[in-house]
Design a protein around this ligand. Structure first.
Ligand SMILES: Cc1cc2nc3c(=O)[nH]c(=O)nc-3n(C[C@H](O)[C@H](O)[C@H](O)COP(=O)(O)O)c2cc1C
Length: 139
């Protein structure tokens, strides 16, 4: 099940109950946002539609965290990831898999290689043998 970052805490908990009831395989947090943070600049700032990328990164990470604290299902962390640090942040907050979309637009396909290489360094720096060992360590 893929969640909107605009869900309230109560609605997110309801969604997680459905994930359990239907024995779904995992939770993806998050989709794009309908919010328009005041930090947005430029003439498109008030356009309607799904906002993605950096402006939703923090919100998406807090949703990953909220979900990971409430389910044993795998959590896919997505929202604003554009480098290894961003991927690592999602992992440490409970994501066992990460996804990105907008980062590809800005960085190109080499972003996957760069993130993988960067992740190896971050894991080694912090004494983890694998991504799995870092999943949820900040919860
Ligand atoms: C142009 C565009 C199209 C998208 N289409 C879909 C879609 O069809 N299904 C879906 O679940 N998410 C869709 N998404 C959401 C992304 O998969 C992702 O959850 C969201 O953009 C946040 O990640 P990002 O900041 O890395 O882009 C789309 C996002 C964008 C920007």
């Amino acid at each position: 099940m893929k969640l909107s970052p605009n869900l309230t805490d109560a609605a997110t908990e309801d969604a997680l109950a459905v994930v359990d009831d239907l024995d779904l395989d995992g939770v993806i947090a998050t989709n794009t946002s309908t919010d328009r943070p005041t930090s947005l600049r430029g003439e498109a700032a008030n356009e309607e539609g799904g906002l993605s990328g950096k402006p939703i990164e923090e919100k998406a990470t807090s949703m990953v965290r909220f979900v990971a604290e409430r389910t044993d299902k795998p959590v896919v962390g997505v929202g604003g990831i554009s480098d290894a640090e961003g991927a690592y942040e999602k992992i440490r907050n409970g994501a066992s898999v990460v996804q990105l979309y907008t980062g590809l637009v800005y960085e190109g396909p080499a972003i996957a290689r760069d993130i993988n290489r960067g992740l190896l360094e971050l894991l080694e720096r912090d004494g983890f043998d694998s991504v799995e060992d870092a999943v949820g360590v900040d919860l």
